[in-house]
Design a protein around this ligand. Structure first.
Ligand SMILES: C[S@@+](CC[C@H](N)C(=O)[O-])C[C@H]1O[C@@H](n2cnc3c(N)ncnc32)[C@H](O)[C@@H]1O
Length: 267
């Protein structure tokens, strides 16, 4: 898989693993593992696995008698995932069309990917298809941006300094804050017992600059928004001011994040 992947994509994957995973994502894996009731020997699929933080936690539960598979359409993410944990099966594909057999997994888990799926109904159908009868599903999606105030602050700065397209790009991860849509697509796909629990976990970045700069240089370009160095500087000066309320004496930026953990069963 790794040989033909452009080096900058692999570097971007490693960058995600080193900055975003410890700051924002690692603290959520325990909720998904618990909600999906992953046990020794389980066969588990992590959809939108990124660099694999959730899949690795699942593997630590299933032990060698289990089996963990991670899927993601971003080759740089999967290359970084494979460097860290070669014993997981990493498969390059999107949630809408899983290259996996019917009724293969005891649990399907996915954290912070569903907002980006192009066809959520089709993705939910694929989750249902690959689960065994009696299998469990656990998905995490961010709560609304209003319930994630540090990101609401950055979005306000972007709206003011750059414009609506940039602000909307940062709003996308919070677009499933109202869980009616996810609940409906899961029920339409045949899932039973769909239930939602809303949880709060702290995020901890080395500094607010690390956090904002990663969004400006790493996230906005995915939407074809490329800022000049002067504009990046303006945004950072303004966001330093706005985010100073989250700064600890160490310089770290620490703030609460809120997400929904949605569980369901294939009866
Ligand atoms: C915010 S990251 C979350 C990654 C990982 N689950 C974690 O917790 O670190 C979102 C992931 O969704 C993936 N993604 C985007 N579109 C997707 C799709 N259609 N199907 C599956 N994954 C997708 C991205 O490539 C990215 O790795």
């Amino acid at each position: 898989m790794d040989q033909n992947i452009p080096q900058e994509l692999v570097e971007a994957g490693r960058g995600y693993e080193n900055l975003f995973v410890p700051a924002l994502f690692k603290q959520w894996t325990k909720h998904l593992i618990e909600a999906a009731d992953i046990r020794e020997g389980s066969h588990v699929l992590d959809i939108a696995c990124g660099t694999g933080v959730l899949a690795r936690h699942a593997l630590s539960r299933t032990g060698p008698s289990g089996r963990v598979t991670g899927v993601d359409p971003a080759p740089g993410m999967l290359a970084a995932a494979k460097e860290i944990e070669p014993s997981i099966d990493w498969i390059l594909c999107g949630a809408e069309s899983l290259e996996l057999s019917d009724k293969t997994f005891d649990s399907v888990i996915s954290q912070f990917g569903m907002m980006f799926f192009q066809d959520r109904q089709k993705s939910a159908g694929e989750m249902f298809r690959v689960l065994k009868q009696g299998g469990s599903l656990a998905i995490a999606v961010w709560n609304s941006v209003e319930q994630n105030p540090a990101y609401a602050d950055i979005i306000a700065v972007l709206q003011d300094q750059v414009g609506t397209a940039a602000a909307d790009a940062l709003r996308l991860p919070y677009s499933l804050g109202n869980t009616d849509e996810v609940t409906a697509v899961l029920e339409n796909s045949g899932f039973s017992g769909v239930s939602v629990e809303t949880k709060v976990e702290p995020a901890r970045f080395p500094s607010s600059r690390h956090m904002v700069e990663a969004e400006l240089r790493g996230w906005l370009p995915l939407f074809d928004i490329f800022l000049s160095e002067a504009k990046i500087n303006d945004v950072l000066i303004e966001s330093d001011r706005t985010l100073s309320k989250y700064a600890e004496s160490s310089g770290e930026a620490v703030f609460p994040t809120s997400a929904h953990v949605i569980t369901a069963r294939k009866d």
